[in-house]
Design a protein around this ligand. Structure first.
Ligand code: PLP
Length: 459
């Protein structure tokens, strides 16, 4: 399998090079040159289906036995034997729980595999990297858990001091591994992100420490997320019977993986995109237009995003895979802050997509009501997806699956406000608040942070 850039002007790569490259040289995102066709089998066993679904995307870039062993290992650490179990809500909507990994959010599903793939491929090449990232909460801990104790990787995560929740900070700072480094920056999340961007823009520094990232535009993350759409279909009626999905959406990586499953032959008549108050995507699906606005903080912070980077992959598909046209459309969007689909592109969206937005009040009511009715406690992100599923469902004879992207204990304040009870952390994290923390506090100063990153490298 070969990978092409959505802007059409970067080298064509195999899976392993795409994995390590992340973003394409021309600023685009990598996508497979063609979509594989799903076989008809599958018994709902997570690891078995995962190996089969991902094999055509990996091609011969990674040894098949080594790949299968990494998949097995990645999901052995999940809390539930089904890896991503299905439960039923009060109104018959199915909830696909994606939060049984180490950091209690769906990003673990992809990152647990991607960390292993990185380490495998770097070790094979005799290379090492320093992964640097900024986090406002969730992504940092998932990246740290994915990279801890990996030989070929050192990881440094910047977070804004005093501006992430206790649970979120402790999930990062209590990891005792020698290759894990946390920096509390005296500044905001945007300051952290600016520091990371500046480090990547400093070519000499980038080469010196072999800077790398595992962010949500990496193709391997999308690929690993395709699996649970297929697994859910298998468990509900088989790969050939239709299933609709509703996805609480930020960067559009998760829901795009559902679209990939559809392009590969899974029958998905409807993909519902749930948004919080930051609702550019709702307008995109309703009107074929987007206008950049300010990001508004909500109780579902991992969806507080205005420009969804993975949308570029959908635009590329809808526009007949014309990389030059996608590049021009996005340059124009950046310059004007406005985006318009042409009539043909918009018509192409009408069928299989829907979108809806919900404010924090509706989210709070949804969490409280569902806890009363079924005893199932939703986190605020998941509640957005459940609300969107209920609002947009077209055909009640087709099963609707809402994706549960975080464990309620990850957002205890919002959940307690909705239900009156504070959700408990799972057993294995019960002593999180007693574990020793490791972090350094640094000023918002590029040279100081760069010196620290240098000092974190092993070997
Ligand atoms: C990252 C995240 C999302 C958004 O997923 P995208 O792939 O960025 O659309 C939703 N919910 C939770 C809990 C997340 O951590």
């Amino acid at each position: 399998m070969r990978y092409v850039s959505t802007r059409g002007a970067a080298p064509v790569l195999d899976f392993a090079d795409t994995l390590l490259a992340g973003l394409a040289d021309d600023g685009g995102l990598y996508v497979p040159e063609s979509w594989p066709t799903l076989g008809s089998g599958g018994r709902g066993d997570y690891v078995e289906t995962a190996v089969e679904v991902m094999a055509p995307f990996v091609g011969d870039a990674i040894d098949a036995d080594a790949f299968a062993a990494m998949v097995d290992d990645a999901y052995a650490g999940f809390d539930h034997p089904d890896v991503t179990p299905l439960v039923e809500l009060s109104d018959g909507i199915h909830l696909l729980e994606l939060f049984h990994g180490p950091t209690l959010a769906f990003k673990d599903v992809a990152l647990q595999l991607v960390g292993r793939l990185f380490d495998h491929e770097l070790s094979r090449r005799g290379e090492r990297v320093t992964i640097v990232g900024a986090t406002s909460g969730d992504t940092g801990s998932a990246a740290i858990e994915a990279c801890r104790d990996r030989e070929a990787v050192d990881i440094v995560i910047l977070h804004p001091a005093g501006r992430v929740s206790d649970v979120q900070r402790r999930q990062m700072t209590t990891v005792p591994s020698a290759n894990v480094h946390n920096v509390a920056v005296d500044g905001t999340f945007d300051d952290c992100q600016d520091l990371v961007k500046a480090m990547f823009a400093d070519v000499a520094f980038r080469d010196e420490v072999r800077l790398s990232a595992v962010n949500s535009i990496n193709w391997a993350r999308v690929m690993a997320q395709v699996v649970y759409y297929v697994v859910a279909a298998e468990r509900l009626g088989g790969r050939r019977s239709p299933v609709a999905f509703s996805v609480p959406t930020g960067n559009f990586g998760n829901v795009f993986a559902g679209h990939v499953a559809r392009l590969s032959g899974l029958e998905v008549p409807q993909l519902v995109v749930g948004s919080n108050t930051n609702d550019v995507l709702t307008r995109f699906f309703a009107e074929g237009a987007m206008d950049i606005a300010e990001v508004v903080p909500t109780t579902s912070p991992s969806m507080d995003i205005q420009v969804s980077s993975n949308l570029e992959r959908l635009l590329f598909e809808m526009g007949g895979r014309d990389g030059a046209a996608v590049g021009a459309q996005l340059d124009d969007f950046r310059a004007t802050g406005r985006f318009r689909l042409d009539a043909v592109q918009h018509a192409g969206l009408a069928d299989g997509w829907a979108g809806a937005r919900f404010g924090d009040d509706e989210v709070r009511a949804c969490i409280g009501d569902e806890a009363d009715r079924s005893g199932i406690v939703l986190d605020p992100h998941t509640a957005v997806g459940v609300l969107a599923a209920r609002a947009c469902r077209r055909d009640p004879s087709i099963p609707m699956v809402a994706l549960a992207t975080a464990h309620p204990a990850k957002f205890p304040d919002a959940v307690e406000a909705a239900t009156g009870a504070r959700p408990a952390l799972p057993e294995r994290l019960a002593d999180l608040h007693e574990r020793p923390e490791r972090l350094v506090a640094l000023p918002d100063d590029l040279a100081t942070v760069q010196d620290h990153v240098r000092s974190c490298r092993r070997g």
